[in-house]
Design a protein around this ligand. Structure first.
Ligand SMILES: O=P(O)(O)OC[C@H]1O[C@](O)(CO)[C@@H](O)[C@@H]1O
Length: 380
């Protein structure tokens, strides 16, 4: 039987707090970062009111994705937001936020990413700078150590606000609740295309590019498809523009970070690296509902790597699963071998053993970003 779906209506729950506490703070941040006029600010205030106390309104823009979203919103428009599934509601909120800031309307803010200032600040932050400098240690490591370091960087890069360790030190892995770099690498049995479904821009994306580079240089992949979001989403999610921004940033750096940037640049030019932005990556649905073209792509991949918390929720289903629910069963719908690399930032988790769960205590570990996991199917 399926576990209960997470909705946003339970006062005090994690999902409720995202709408009632995080979203107002995020809108303040968006309005401080770009000089939006009174109309935009009033639309944003209206969206906050509607999504915390009202019913779901339809889209009222003429964006190219309108029809697609109308289908995805079927059955939700007119419902009280509090009854909506967390996964659906959060995605729709971001789509409505883009419309509210004029992202789809010819005019001053047409195509302007409201989150770009935050992503740029993160790319130039001390934490990201330290991470990129740590790449210099990579060539000195043994092959096993390098395997472990690159995976550790990709996992903990998802912990947006913390620099992670690329050295062979243990600090970055102290909070792994499942899996290991060895389990991750055991999925790669030789060549073929690897798909990496990216999450956040800036530091996490830089670590993901280091993973792409490592997949290619160690010949675990002969080609890597990097999937990003077609439009700005969940504040820091990577879009094609963010890939280019991170790549240019890497190219300006000395040492291994610059060398990785050059190899990825060359890979893009010769087709060994491809960036795609399928509309489904901004869909308010889980991966069971993926369209056939995407399903076929993942079916033909040697391995698909899914980064981050939201991709995990979409992979296993955004439900209150018992934490010991087998990962293999939860992802059996996925059309090929899959690995999840994720810092825990929401209530959803599966695939833990009973001892681990007992040792973790109360539920704070699920949402605080202090713990991470590496899970694969088929398992090692
Ligand atoms: O960037 P990530 O790892 O996908 O995390 C995003 C997570 O943040 C939230 O938006 C709010 O915590 C979650 O709903 C979501 O799963």
């Amino acid at each position: 039987m399926e576990a209960p779906q997470i909705t946003i209506g339970e006062p005090g729950s994690f999902a409720w707090k995202v709408f009632h506490e995080r979203h107002p703070a995020m809108v303040d941040q968006v309005c401080a970062a770009t000089p939006y006029g009174p109309e935009v600010r009033s639309r944003l205030a209206g969206l906050l009111r509607e999504s915390t106390a009202g019913v779901v309104a339809p889209l009222d823009d003429e964006a190219p994705d309108r029809e697609r979203w109308a289908a995805w919103a079927d059955g939700q428009v007119g419902r009280p937001w509090r009854e909506c599934a967390f996964l659906w509601a959060e995605s729709y909120f971001f789509r409505r936020l883009l419309a509210a800031v004029g992202y789809f309307t010819p005019g001053a803010w047409w195509g302007v990413d409201p989150f770009a200032p935050m992503k740029t600040a993160e790319l130039h932050s001390a934490a990201t700078t330290a991470t990129l400098q740590a790449f210099d240690a990579l060539p000195e490591l043994s092959a096993d150590e390098r395997d472990a370091a690159v995976v550790r960087a990709a996992v903990w890069g998802n912990q947006a606000d913390l620099a992670f360790q690329l050295s062979t030190g243990v600090s970055g892995t102290a909070g792994l609740v499942a899996g290991s770099s060895r389990e991750f690498w055991s999925l790669f049995t030789g060549g073929g295309p690897v798909h990496l479904v990216a999450d956040n821009a800036a530091g996490e994306l830089a670590a993901d590019l280091a993973l792409v580079d490592h997949l290619l240089t160690t010949r675990r992949a002969d080609r890597v498809v990097l999937h990003v979001k077609p439009t700005p989403y969940y504040v820091s999610d990577a879009t094609p523009a963010d890939v280019l921004a991170v790549l240019r940033h890497l190219l300006d750096l000395p040492g291994e970070a610059g060398a990785i940037g050059q190899r990825i640049w060359a890979g893009l030019r010769d087709g060994r690296v491809e960036v795609r932005a399928h509309p489904f990556f901004c869909a308010p649905l889980d991966y069971r509902a993926m369209p056939d073209d995407l399903r076929q792509e993942f079916a033909s991949a040697a391995v698909t790597v899914l980064k981050g918390d939201l991709n995990y929720r979409r992979l296993v289903g955004d439900r209150y699963w018992p934490a010991t629910t087998p990962f293999g069963g939860a992802v059996s719908h996925f059309p090929g071998p899959v690995a999840a690399l994720r810092v825990l930032k929401s209530e959803v988790v599966v695939g833990l053993d009973e001892e681990t769960v007992a040792g973790l205590g109360d539920g704070a570990w699920r949402t605080s970003g202090s713990h991470a996991l590496i899970q694969t199917n088929p398992p090692a």
